[in-house]
Design a protein around this ligand. Structure first.
Ligand code: FMN
Length: 149
C-alpha cells in the first residue's frame, strides 16, 4: 500500500484540520498516511525511499514565514540542502490574500523541494482563507494529486 507522509505547518490549527480531512480522504482512496504535525527533519529526510511521497500543507505566518510547527524543519532544509531525488511531492499553500506575502511559505516549500531534486507531482494549490472554501478546493486538488501518482 502506498504511504503518504503529510507534513503540516500550522500555528492556529486551520491547516491541521485541513490535513486531517485530506488524510481521511487518502485513506478512503486506499492509501496509508502518516501525519507529521511537527515534521522531524532527520526522520523524514533520512527515511526517504523510492516510494516516498510527501503532501506538504503549509500555512504562512509572520511576514511570509512558515507557521510554527514547521519552522525548524524548513530551517534545516535550507541549511543542509539534502539531495531529495527519490522524493515525489505536492504542496498545499494556506494563507490570506490580505497579506503582501500571500502563501509565501507554501511557495517556498514547493520551490525548495524542486531545487533539492524532488519530483513535483502536480502544481501547488494556494488557498486564500478569506475567499476560498478550503475543504472544497483541497478535495478537488487531492483528486488530481492522487491521479498523478
Ligand atoms: C499573525 C499572522 C500573520 C500571517 N501572515 C500571513 C502571511 O504572511 N501570508 C499569508 O498568506 N497569510 C498569512 N496569515 C494568514 C494565515 O496563513 C491564515 O490565517 C491561516 O489560516 C493560518 O493557518 P493555521 O491556523 O494553520 O496556522 C497570517 C495570519 C496571522 C494571524
Amino acid at each position: 500500500m502506498q504511504n503518504i507522509d503529510i507534513l503540516v505547518a500550522t500555528t492556529s490549527g486551520n491547516t491541521e484540520y485541513l490535513a486531517d480531512q485530506l488524510s481521511n480522504q487518502l485513506k478512503e482512496a486506499g492509501f496509508s498516511t502518516a501525519l507529521h504535525y511537527e515534521p522531524d527533519y532527520s526522520e523524514l529526510v533520512e527515511g526517504l525511499t523510492e516510494q516516498s511521497v510527501w503532501l506538504c500543507c503549509v500555512a504562512s505566518h509572520g511576514a511570509g514565514e512558515y507557521a510554527d510547527s514547521m519552522l525548524d524543519f524548513a530551517e534545516e532544509l535550507h541549511q543542509h540542502k539534502p539531495q531529495l531525488n527519490e522524493l515525489r511531492y505536492g504542496v498545499i499553500a494556506v494563507g490570506d490574500s490580505c497579506y503582501d506575502t500571500f502563501c509565501a511559505a507554501g511557495r517556498d516549500c514547493d520551490a525548495m523541494l524542486a531545487i533539492l531534486g524532488a519530483k513535483r507531482l502536480i502544481s501547488h494549490l494556494e488557498i486564500d482563507m478569506s475567499q476560498d472554501d478550503p475543504d472544497e478546493n483541497s478535495s478537488t486538488w487531492l483528486q488530481s494529486f492522487i491521479q498523478s501518482m
